[in-house]
Ligand binder design. Structure first.
Ligand SMILES: [Cu+2]
Length: 269
């Protein structure tokens, strides 16, 4: 066989073996009433497998419009996450979660150092200034993961058919993550699995009228009570007030609020 033919033949073998071993899992997640659930983290772990590959794709959680985007991230253990601030105001992000504790003082732009998440678990991010800001990072020990879209579906690409443990987790589900055994088939089509999760009552929408997420200077009346500046404090530049984000950086409430307690300022002044 001449060299060219040998190369073509080898390429053909590599292609057919890749095609034979590749497999995929599609997961459809809904709540107990059948409504599709977005932002569910699904992972697949092969049964009895040796060490899993660690592609360790770096992730990014930006701050935009006084929110963390995305709300939910899933990364493999050891991955690095950066936190660019694309807002005009500064943020002070933190996590008290056992899987990753960190604290990044007021910063803007991309000044925040990327963080390495080296422990599997759930990390809840907050901002010390803007209470409504919340995000979840699910740190997992497998490279085979995905997150459901608005239709409640997710697709996980897998290296091979076989037995896997599928784990589904949503930040507002009742109880812990749900595990189930799945036999992933070889062949062209993905193996389809549906999952139902029991949810807690929905979290309040910080943008809903009357919501008591009082730090949002732009969302209306409830916040207004909290935009009074602290006497003697630096009030920021005049152009940033009133109703600007900067205004309530100096508010009494921001200083008094206890973060991470779930207390939403029931004692209005
Ligand atoms: Cu903030």
């Amino acid at each position: 066989m001449n060299t060219l033919l040998r190369l073509i033949s080898l390429a053909g073998m590599a292609f057919s073996s890749a095609a034979a071993s590749a497999a995929a899992l599609t997961v459809q997640v809904s709540d107990s009433s059948g409504k599709p659930l977005a932002d569910v983290v699904v992972t697949a772990e092969p049964d009895g497998a040796a060490a899993l590959p660690k592609p360790l794709k770096p992730a990014e959680i930006e701050q935009r419009g006084l929110r963390f985007v995305p709300l939910v991230s899933v990364i493999q253990t050891g991955s690095r996450v950066s936190f660019p601030n694309n807002d005009k105001v500064k943020h002070h992000i933190y996590s008290f979660s056992p899987a990753k504790k960190f604290d990044q003082k007021l910063y803007s732009g991309v000044a925040a150092m990327p963080q390495v998440f080296d422990k599997a678990g759930i990390v809840v991010l907050g901002c010390n200034i803007h209470d409504r800001m919340l995000a979840y990072i699910k740190v997992v020990d497998t490279p085979f993961f995905a997150k459901t879209d608005a239709a409640g579906t997710a697709r996980i690409e897998l290296p091979a058919a076989g037995k896997y443990t599928l784990t589904s987790w949503h930040f507002n589900m009742a109880g812990g993550a749900v595990e189930q055994a799945v036999a992933v088939m070889a062949g062209d089509g993905a193996t389809a699995v549906s999952v139902r999760l029991t949810m807690k009552p929905p979290l309040p929408d910080p943008d809903a009228p009357g919501a008591i997420y009082l730090h949002d200077g732009a969302s209306g009346r409830p916040g207004r009570a909290h935009r009074r500046p602290v006497p003697g404090a630096d009030r920021g530049r005049a152009g940033d007030r009133p109703g600007g984000d900067r205004a309530w950086h100096q508010c009494q409430c921001a200083l008094q609020h206890r973060h991470g307690t779930g207390q939403r300022r029931k004692s209005l002044p």
